[in-house]
Design a protein around this ligand. Structure first.
Ligand SMILES: Cc1ncc(C[n+]2csc(CCOP(=O)(O)OP(=O)(O)O)c2C)c(N)n1
Ligand SMILES: [Mg+2]
Length: 340
């Protein structure tokens, strides 16, 4: 664990606990048939990446994420009620229930959008970086993505452009070792990702996501560098504790691999470090966990009680005001049937 005096380890622990607790309730909502759609990607085991990087951001910074992103937005300060409502497809959600788990966005907190296309959000962060540079705003944009995106051409175009134009951008690869059922060493010829980013001229680091303090320290340095005009790349290695999505029982991983992976638990490691350093007692940390469990329990009730968006609002916020909206399916069918 890192020893920097300004490292907010108790806060980082709290953020990670809030993410895990929230994700456990997302799984519960799914089992209770309360989620909109079946595609849910939990980030349990990956909390160190979200908490460590987001703690190093400024309020005016922005970010884009991949599809496994509830934790990143929570670490940024998202309201868990509004997030759970979005996952449940309710109108109290961040995108009025129309984005769902994989398409949450919120300009107020600088969330430029989660994206279900592997690598899809990366160039958006570069675009944001370009605008910050031209406006001289001093802000940084972060692109979060999985190791699957390391094999996508769009990442390399984006890294090149960011390096060439010296944009305030940080690329963060959350390397959970798998893209669905494919282990990284079956998809990548070389798995040292910082080495790849370095040749583009980025300031690049690999860090162990089990150690949230190390993630924070690395992110802080790389974000400062990006702000000063040298973009960065951070690869955070971690283990996805559960399947790719809620339907995936990970048949491609052995019980031994799962057990060893789950021992790399960033929460447990931070908890032990807090106790060893005398920064918190077991009882205090148990109280933090219990308080967070209560807060997150309430998100399920909030999401279930919230209203779904009315059918009449289907195209609101989807089409620009004044734009011609598509003819509703029923009217279209009636028109076609009337002609026959
Ligand atoms: C361009 C593209 N190709 C394939 C898919 C299907 N797909 C969805 S998630 C995923 C795996 C992504 O793995 P990774 O980037 O490592 O993220 P993780 O799920 O591990 O968090 C794939 C192949 C997709 N969404 N987009
Ligand atoms: Mg992955």
């Amino acid at each position: 664990m890192n020893d920097r005096p300004n490292m907010p380890l108790p806060d980082l622990y709290r953020t990670m606990r809030r993410i895990r607790s929230f994700e456990e309730r997302v799984a519960e909502l799914y089992v209770r048939n309360g989620t909109a759609g079946s595609m849910l990607h939990l980030s349990i085991g990956e909390e160190g990446a979200a908490a460590g990087v987001c703690a190093a951001l400024r309020p005016d910074d922005s970010f884009t994420t991949h599809h496994r992103s509830h934790g990143i937005f929570l670490a940024r300060g998202a309201d868990p009620n509004r997030m759970m409502a979005e996952i449940a497809g309710k109108s109290d959600g961040y995108c009025r229930g129309k984005g769902g788990s994989m398409h949450i966005a919120d300009m107020a907190l600088g969330h430029l959008g989660a994206n279900a296309i592997v690598g899809g959000g990366i160039p958006h962060a570069v675009g944001a970086g370009l605008s910050y540079r031209r406006l001289g705003s001093g802000a940084v944009s972060v692109a979060f993505f999985g190791d699957g995106a390391m094999q996508q051409g769009v990442l390399y175009e984006s890294m090149n452009m960011a390096a060439l134009w010296q944009l305030p951008v940080l690329f963060v690869c959350v390397n959970n070792q798998y893209g669905m059922g494919t282990r990284i060493d079956r998809a990548a010829a070389r798995t040292d990702f910082a080495e790849r980013a370095e040749v583009f001229g980025l300031a690049a680091m690999n860090v162990d996501g089990e150690n949230v303090g190390a993630v924070f320290t690395a992110a802080e340095a790389l974000i400062a560098s990006a702000r000063a005009g040298r973009p960065g790349f951070l690869c955070v290695s971690c283990f996805r504790f559960y399947g790719h999505g809620r339907m995936d029982k990970s048949p491609y991983r052995s019980a031994e691999e799962e057990e060893a992976g789950r021992r790399r638990d960033p929460l447990l490691t931070a908890r032990n470090a807090l106790i060893e350093r005398g920064l918190a007692t077991t009882a205090e940390l148990d109280a933090v966990d219990a308080e967070i469990a209560n807060e997150m329990d309430a998100t399920i009730e909030f999401a279930i009680a919230a209203e779904p968006p009315p059918l009449s609002a289907m195209f609101d916020d989807v089409y620009a005001p004044g734009e011609v909206r598509p003819e509703p399916m029923r009217m279209r069918l009636e028109r076609i049937l009337a002609c026959t």
